[in-house]
Structure formats: structure tokens, C-alpha cells
Unconditional design. Structure first.
Length: 294
């Protein structure tokens, strides 16, 4: 039994899925599966069982996950302490970001950070808001869209960051082209809708707004990713909802509609999983994010 195997086991237990754990650990799926088998052989009884596309811990696995999580947290704190001693000349920064900030903010932030600290190794993962929150134990800093839930890991600090507006999109030349750039949720939801997958921050915001307004949604298509929504709208599947930020470089094939009478807005948040002992690398990137230059 090795610390690496326990850290891997803690990450698999957190994600409930070997593939997602492999992404969070920057390992191949066979490497993660191999470590799990070795650990299970060490204990001599099943620690987990396959459950559909994921894994489910046995009673023995649940108990081991408690110890493994402590090992992983201790390792993360030691890693942060090492980076703090070494300064910013080298080190590793692990960043997670949900779809919109990952696509439209993170590239610019990383480029600015690299100009200041070219020798820092940067690893990124992206996913929807729920997936990034689930991966916090393997990250130094994260950016998510939508509300911050109550199930954050202990020691995580959440900071309200930038404001983002959600707009409706339709093909250029659509009947909405005469709407003077805005429309009510009730009017938009009268037709077929293209929505992001469950767990998406945009989808959660739109669903809550419709519930408050008593508006029924007619979902024609559920699709993963911002670009998937945009392509489906171009194909005529219905009206979609995306961040206004994602429309900055559009070619005119889509038109934007602001939600009336009140714009639909949200806040991005920055999450610091190890806020008490952040590495100097993570603290420096956090400060860059708050400067608001992007």
C-alpha cells in the first residue's frame, strides 16, 4: 500500500467514476484501475463495485476512503507548503473552470500569468459547474458559474467574482429579428428550447427564472456545451440560452436577445480549496483574477 494508491482511491471515491478521477489526477484510466486493483489485493476484500458507468464503495471501501481523504489533504497541504518555500520560480498550478469561464476567460488569464511566471507548470480541467465542484479536492483554484452550493469541501473559500449576463439566441432572420433586441421569458419559452445538460450553471439559472415567473419550458433538445447549443440553434432546433460573453466573436449567423423586463445575470465565483494554506502560485493567480484585466 502506497500514499499514491490511497490518494487515487480518495479521488475515485470523491468522483464515483474512474474516468473522471483519472482526469483529475492527470493519469490514464488503466493506471488508476491498476492502482485500485493493487490496493484491493492488499486488503484482501472488495473495496468497490462497478455500478453502471461508475463505482460504488463497499462498507470496507467507505471506511478506507475516510483515511485516504486525510492522506490526500495532508499531501495537498505539504505540496502547497513546498511551493510557498520555493516561490514562484517553479511549481505547479491546477486550475478547474466550468464551461463559460474555461472557454472565454481562462485562456486570457493563463496567458497573462505565463508572462509573469513562465516556469510554472499549469494543468487545467473543465466541465460543468457540478463537475468542477466535485473535483475541488484535486485543484488549487477553480472558477464556476452560478450559485455556490453548500456541499463544498472543508477549508474551501468562495469569492464572488465577475458578473455575467445570460441572453437568448436565435438564428439571424428568425421571427425574433423584429423584437428590438429583447424578449420576455414567457415569449421565448412559448417555442421549442435548446438547453445545456443538467448541472450546467446557465441551465440552472434559466430554470430558476422560469420557475419564479411561472413559465413552462418546452425543451426540444438537451445538449452538452455552449458550442453545442449554438450549433443546434443555427440548425433551427429552437431558441437557446448562453452567456453574452460567448457571443463576442460571432459571425452574424445568430442574433442575441436580452431577457426583459429584467436582464438575467449571474456571478462567477472563485473557489480556493485550500484557502488556509494556498501555495504562492495559487495566491498569485487568484490576485491576477481579481485584478479584472480580462
Amino acid at each position: 500500500m502506497t500514499p499514491e494508491q490511497l490518494i487515487t482511491f480518495a479521488t475515485v471515491a470523491e468522483h464515483g467514476n474512474i474516468s473522471r478521477a483519472a482526469v483529475a489526477l492527470h493519469l490514464s484510466q488503466p493506471a488508476v484501475s491498476g492502482q485500485l486493483r493493487q490496493l484491493q489485493d492488499e486488503f484482501g476484500e472488495p473495496l468497490y463495485q462497478r455500478d453502471g458507468r461508475g463505482v460504488r464503495l463497499t462498507a470496507a471501501g467507505e471506511q478506507l476512503a475516510v483515511y485516504a481523504s486525510r492522506i490526500r489533504e495532508t499531501f495537498a497541504q505539504a505540496h502547497a507548503y513546498r511551493n510557498a518555500l520555493r516561490g514562484l520560480e517553479s511549481g505547479t498550478l491546477r486550475i478547474g473552470a466550468s464551461t463559460t469561464p474555461a472557454s472565454y476567460l481562462l485562456p486570457y488569464l493563463i496567458a497573462a500569468f505565463r508572462r509573469q511566471h513562465p516556469d510554472v507548470t499549469i494543468h487545467t480541467i473543465d466541465g460543468n459547474t457540478a463537475e468542477i465542484v466535485a473535483a475541488l479536492g484535486s485543484l488549487d483554484i477553480a472558477m464556476i458559474e452560478g450559485p455556490v452550493g453548500a456541499d463544498l469541501p472543508p477549508g474551501t473559500e468562495a469569492t464572488a467574482w465577475r458578473e455575467d449576463e445570460i441572453v437568448a439566441i436565435a438564428p439571424s432572420g428568425h421571427a425574433w429579428s423584429k423584437a428590438h433586441g429583447e424578449a420576455t421569458l414567457e415569449a421565448l419559452c412559448a417555442g421549442p428550447l435548446v438547453l445545456r445538460e443538467a448541472g450546467s450553471g446557465v441551465r440552472q439559472l434559466v430554470e430558476r427564472a422560469c420557475a419564479r415567473a411561472g413559465v413552462q419550458m418546452r425543451v426540444a433538445l438537451e445538449i452538452a456545451g455552449v458550442e453545442g447549443v449554438k450549433e443546434a440553434v443555427r440548425a433551427g432546433m429552437g431558441v437557446g440560452f448562453v452567456s453574452a460573453m460567448s457571443m463576442r466573436h460571432e459571425d452574424g449567423a445568430l442574433q442575441c436577445l436580452r431577457i426583459a423586463p429584467e436582464p438575467l445575470t449571474r456571478r462567477f465565483s472563485i473557489l480556493m480549496p485550500h484557502a488556509v494554506t494556498p501555495s504562492r502560485v495559487a495566491a498569485s493567480f487568484y490576485a491576477l483574477c481579481l485584478e479584472g484585466g480580462v
